[in-house]
Design a protein around this ligand. Structure first.
Ligand code: IPE
Ligand code: IPE
Ligand code: MG
Length: 244
């Protein structure tokens, strides 16, 4: 029997849940601008949303959440905005540490750390080790993260392993093992808020087979209900991975 368009696009079972959701949290600046407020007010509201979404994930069946907080390209912004964002990250870690620990969240970071303030680096290392035994939700925050930068750093690690004689002919798995996300599952679903339909250097290797959702909602307006709705739609998708 000939294949019809309907049979090709038949939905999945309807109850599949993404284990790993990654979010490009975009639109904080426009959210503030729409109200005549400074961009940093939008970033502060954005950080409040992160707290809510983190809390909602376990009940929505999401065990891994990766959020894009600051890209390698975001250094091009004004000093005021960059410093303001770094302050928001530090305060988030300081204020949320107790809550994250008791709620079973394991917090980790991806991205190059050497360019960040030593105080922020210490806070990041502290919360990573403090929450290392948690597993209710794996929260990964991408700070000074760029997929191309990560691949370049991974290539250097791989070269060192080859030079040591640990690896002869590197495989995909060897490369994955040199990424900042070594040991993390790939994202099943990547969400970008604010209406932009680009990936902006986010997880190019890891999201090669992810499903994508683009929503017009600006990040400070993105609620757990929006997430739940997107997860329901994900349940209707059929993932083929090149098979039939
Ligand atoms: C996302 O919001 C946060 C960061 C990139 C740090 P934006 O600051 O990019 O907001 P828009 O895109 O200008 O509205
Ligand atoms: C992507 O947003 C980076 C983060 C959300 C942290 P940007 O606002 O920086 O991306 P572009 O400039 O629209 O590509
Ligand atoms: Mg933006």
């Amino acid at each position: 029997m000939a294949e019809t368009a309907a049979s090709l696009s038949k939905p999945g079972e309807g109850d599949q849940r993404p284990r790993h959701v990654a979010i490009i949290m975009d639109g904080n600046g426009r959210w503030a601008k729409n109200r005549g407020w400074p961009r940093l007010v939008g970033h502060r509201r954005g950080a409040e949303r992160v707290k809510q979404i983190v809390r909602a994930c376990p009940d929505l069946g999401v065990n891994w959440l990766t959020v894009y907080a600051f890209s390698t390209e975001n250094w091009k912004r004004s000093t005021e905005e960059v410093l303001g964002l770094m302050g928001i990250f530090a305060r988030y870690i300081e204020r949320e540490a107790d809550g994250l620990s008791t709620e079973g969240v394991r917090m980790r970071f991806i991205g190059g750390r050497e360019r960040l303030e030593p105080k922020l680096q210490r806070l990041m290392e502290g919360i990573e080790s403090r929450t290392a035994r948690n597993n209710r939700l794996n929260l990964t925050v991408a700070i000074n993260y760029g997929g191309r930068d990560e691949l370049a750093r991974a290539a250097n690690r791989l070269a060192a392993r080859i030079a040591r004689g640990d690896i002869a002919e590197p495989t995909e798995a060897d490369l994955a093992d040199c990424l900042d996300t070594a040991g993390h599952p790939d994202p099943d679903l990547v969400i970008r808020t604010s209406g932009e339909t680009r990936t902006s250097n986010f997880l190019p290797f890891q999201a090669a087979y992810s499903e994508y959702e683009f929503t017009q909602t600006l990040w400070p307006d993105f609620t757990p209900d929006h997430l739940a709705e997107i997860l329901d739609r994900y349940g209707l998708r059929e993932r083929r991975f090149g098979s039939v």
